[in-house]
Ligand binder design. Structure first.
Ligand code: PBG
Length: 336
């Protein structure tokens, strides 16, 4: 990341001509301040039960839900492309959902089976799993709902059980994405206690109550289940200082890395987090951001490839160490 020294005051025109450094591709490359590499990417994938299934997600053109063997193949592609990590999200059938979200801590649940299969085939590829109840909760929320209220402390117990089966299945990174208070400490202490001290936590620290998650909720089958919104736990888009308090709390509770989500509309937050804490900082370019670029590109309104690359270098410029993006395989292929 660029340091923040005072900018050099340029000589007056024509002694200074900034266009000299833009004149040719080679000199533009030579002076580029930031670069995107496949090693900056985390590839989010949707898995579902069954055999030989590759089911397109209509609101995420180009993205499909994959049955486990296909996800293993896609993980192999990630390895070949130099992508260091995949993030797995389960499409959960309604019959596995209940108000206690108990499927979340079933060691044989879909995402645990997928993790074992991927780690067996590709032990050197990182696997990140979301810690949150929404895929398994018949109420659609990330936390348990009791009499219409999302209850914090009872949810923490469920998250602890979920985190432990995920670590047991071989997840390398746990991503608490539920925004309950105190979750990182509960998960970290449980991991220490149960011998998973090397499992890392990438906390979804500054996660906003955003309209840009729509296609994701379709992809995991949560759209129908969710009643109301997530504003009592996800952050208000009007707030920036609060994001710093959330990050500070998560680091104090044992998070190794932090994340800002969504991505592009919150680049100011990425920048502030990186400057304030100087810890590994990630952004999630979420489903709605991807869908907007894809939709416009497929209509011929923008150049999709250029918009994709521009959107991703913006994260590096803002100070992010890496990005979760549905574009990951395409970008990595393009970068060679
Ligand atoms: C669930 C979760 C969400 C996303 C990642 N984990 C959705 C939500 O909070 O409703 C969104 C990712 C995306 O939109 O791509 N805890």
């Amino acid at each position: 990341m660029t340091s923040h020294r005072a900018p050099t005051i340029p000589a007056p025109f024509p002694l200074s001509r900034p266009r000299r450094l833009r004149a040719t591709p080679w000199i533009r490359d030579l002076v580029a301040e930031h670069r995107l590499a496949p090693s900056d990417l985390i590839w989010p994938m949707f898995v579902l039960d069954g055999e030989g299934i590759e089911e397109p997600v209509p609101s995420l053109p180009g993205v499909a839900r994959l049955s486990i063997a296909r996800a293993v193949a896609a993980a192999g592609e990630a390895v070949a492309l130099g992508i260091p990590c995949v993030a797995l999200f389960p499409y959960t059938d309604a019959r596995h959902k209940n108000p206690e979200a108990s499927e979340a801590w079933n060691p044989e649940n879909l995402v645990c089976r997928a993790t074992r299969a991927i780690k067996d085939a590709h032990p050197d590829l990182g696997v990140l799993l979301d810690v949150a109840l929404d895929p398994y909760n018949s109420e659609g929320h990330d936390g348990l709902v009791r009499e219409g209220v999302i209850v914090n402390d009872a949810t923490l117990e469920a998250l602890e059980r979920q985190a432990l089966v995920q670590a047991e299945a071989g997840a390398d990174i746990l991503g608490p994405s539920d925004m309950m208070d105190g979750r990182v400490e509960v998960i970290r202490r449980a991991l220490e206690r149960e011998g998973h001290q090397d499992v890392t936590i990438m906390s979804y620290s500054a996660k906003y109550a955003s309209a840009f998650y729509g296609p994701f909720r379709d992809a995991v089958g949560a759209t129908g289940a969710l009643k109301g919104d997530k504003k009592t736990y996800q952050m208000d888009p009007a707030n920036g200082d609060e994001a710093l308090r959330e990050v500070a709390a998560d680091l104090a509770e044992g998070a190794d890395m932090v994340m800002v989500k969504p991505g592009l509309p919150y680049l100011d937050i990425c920048r502030r987090v990186k400057e304030t804490f100087a810890v590994p900082t990630f952004a999630y370019q979420v489903s709605g951001e991807y869908a907007m670029i894809e939709a416009a590109a497929r209509n011929g309104w923008i150049d999709g490839e250029k918009a994709m690359m521009e959107s991703l270098i913006a994260f590096k410029r803002a100070g992010c160490d890496g990005v979760l993006t549905y574009f990951a395989p395409r970008v990595a292929r393009l970068l060679g």
